[in-house]
Design a protein around this ligand. Structure first.
Ligand code: GLU
Length: 466
């Protein structure tokens, strides 16, 4: 199978990219990419009333943000409707489907009668074995001639062997009387034509797999490998809903999670490789397999998400991280960086990225770069600038004016000044942080002084001492 793997993600464009959909796409992407295979994208837009171009655009944006690139063009299911109809007619020709002239009223009457008798209301069309000579001159649907006895076995890579009794499935319609294909037919025809070898999707589609497998059999097509993955649950183990927090992939982008951390987290959500928690996408591609997918629904765990995101931020290349931060500023509707700020951010990035779990946290640490004089201070910073501290800052500025602005030189000046006043360095650091960042919690004073430079440092100290 290696070298000839084709997977696909097949969302219906009726809303944003749901976090569960994002994970399904990710699993398909990892599985294909790790095997030199192809990952295809098909938009299932046959439901014309519920499908919108805005939803398609949102899904593509979500995938792009997650870094899940697909091969070839985006395929529209709706545009393939003629091909779907062609296959329905091929099934007719093969005798695995038939023309059904039953009207809606007749079908409803059948169901009502079956229910009254207490039997299972699977519609059995009287046209299944009818002589074509008896066909009336009126519109017909094409129904699959489904096996009535025996069982259909789905050999699922996650769920195991799933057995469905054929008597519980009706002769489903594959082509409606208005000539439009049904969803069930469209999925099979598309997956077949696209050469899909592995169908990895939510387990809400497991029942569909039995019906779809019948269509493969009816056309004598080879059935793909099935892998139906359990849905994602909230932290409380209940079905995921809005009250658990963000559901849309793009919402996570706006909250400032880095894409690499999000990928890592979603990969671990329902899949495991030993006890590996933090890993790169390259490692995930190498390791990802269907065996590692759990059978129980995975639970969202925001602490873990943040923890992984922090590790990915710290491990990022500085320039790449700045680039991603700028994309975050744009989607979060925050002011873009000026050229000057970009330069300072890059200079300070190696310390900024330590212990920031999200972009908002990184921006909070970068406040000393992004702020302008006079630096706004919070309450703790105001407190740190008591009269004694202001005096010390005032005595510090002439020395800083003569400094060579290396870390060693600054260290000598600051520890020397602290010692002269009989203070530990920490006591001096608080007013310095307050003066430079307007906060008492900030990156190290040396990092800040080196990044913003001599003139700006002295100006801020003078502001604070005044
Ligand atoms: N369009 C379906 C959905 O959005 C997915 C169908 C499939 O993966 O086979 O749930």
């Amino acid at each position: 199978m290696t070298g000839h793997v084709v997977t696909r993600f097949a969302p219906s464009p009726t809303g944003y990219l749901h976090i569960g959909g994002g994970r399904t796409a990710l699993f398909n992407w990892l599985f294909a990419r790790g095997r030199g295979g192809k990952f295809l994208l098909r938009i299932e837009d046959t439901d014309r009333e519920r499908s919108t171009p805005e939803a398609t655009a949102a899904i593509l944006r979500g995938l792009e943000w997650l870094g899940l690139d697909w091969d070839g063009d985006v395929i529209s299911q709706f545009e393939r409707r003629d091909r779907h109809a062609e296959v329905a007619h091929a099934m007719l020709a093969r005798g695995t489907a038939y023309k059904c002239f039953s009207t809606r009223e007749e079908i409803e009457a059948f169901r009502a009668e079956a229910e009254a008798k207490g039997s299972y209301a699977v519609f059995q069309s009287p046209w299944r074995d009818a002589d074509p000579a008896t066909y009336p001159d009126r519109p017909f649907a094409i129904r699959m001639k489904a096996p009535r006895e025996g069982e259909t076995v789905i050999d699922d890579q996650v769920q195991g062997r799933v057995v469905i009794k054929n008597e519980t499935l009706d002769d489903m319609i594959v082509l409606r009387s208005d000539g439009t294909p049904t969803y069930m037919l469209a999925v099979v025809v598309d997956d077949h034509d696209m050469g899909v070898t592995h169908v990895i999707r939510g387990d809400d589609h497991l029942v569909n797999a039995a019906r779809q497998q019948m269509i493969y059999d009816a056309m004598d097509w080879s059935v793909p490998v099935w892998a139906h993955i359990p849905l994602i649950h909230g932290p409380d183990g209940k079905k995921l809903s809005k009250r658990h927090g963000a559901l849309g992939v793009e919402e996570y982008q706006v909250m400032g999670y880095p894409a690499a951390g999000m990928r890592n987290y979603l990969t671990r959500l329902g899949w495991a490789h030993g006890d590996a928690e933090f890993f790169t996408s390259e490692q995930a591609m190498e390791w990802f397999d269907l065996k590692g997918i759990g059978r129980a629904p995975a639970r969202l765990d925001f602490k873990k998400l943040e923890n992984l995101c922090g590790q990915h931020i710290a491990a990022s290349d500085d320039a790449a991280l700045l680039h991603e931060l700028e994309a975050y500023l744009a989607v979060a509707n925050l002011p873009a960086l000026s050229e000057h700020q970009r330069g300072l951010m890059l200079a300070g990035m190696s310390s900024l990225k330590e212990r920031a779990k999200t972009f908002p946290e990184l921006l909070e640490k970068a406040r000393y770069i992004l702020t302008t004089r006079p630096v706004a201070r919070d309450e703790a910073a105001e407190k740190a600038l008591d009269p004694v501290s202001r005096g010390i800052l005032a005595s510090l500025t002439p020395r800083l004016r003569n400094a060579s602005w290396t870390k060693e030189d600054l260290e000598a000046i600051l520890t020397g000044t602290a010692a002269e006043h009989g203070l530990g360095f920490g006591k001096l650091a608080a007013p310095l942080r307050a003066a430079l960042a307007g906060r008492t919690v900030s990156p190290s004073v040396y990092d800040m002084m080196l990044v913003i430079g001599q003139d700006e440092t002295i100006a801020r100290l003078e502001d604070a001492a005044a």
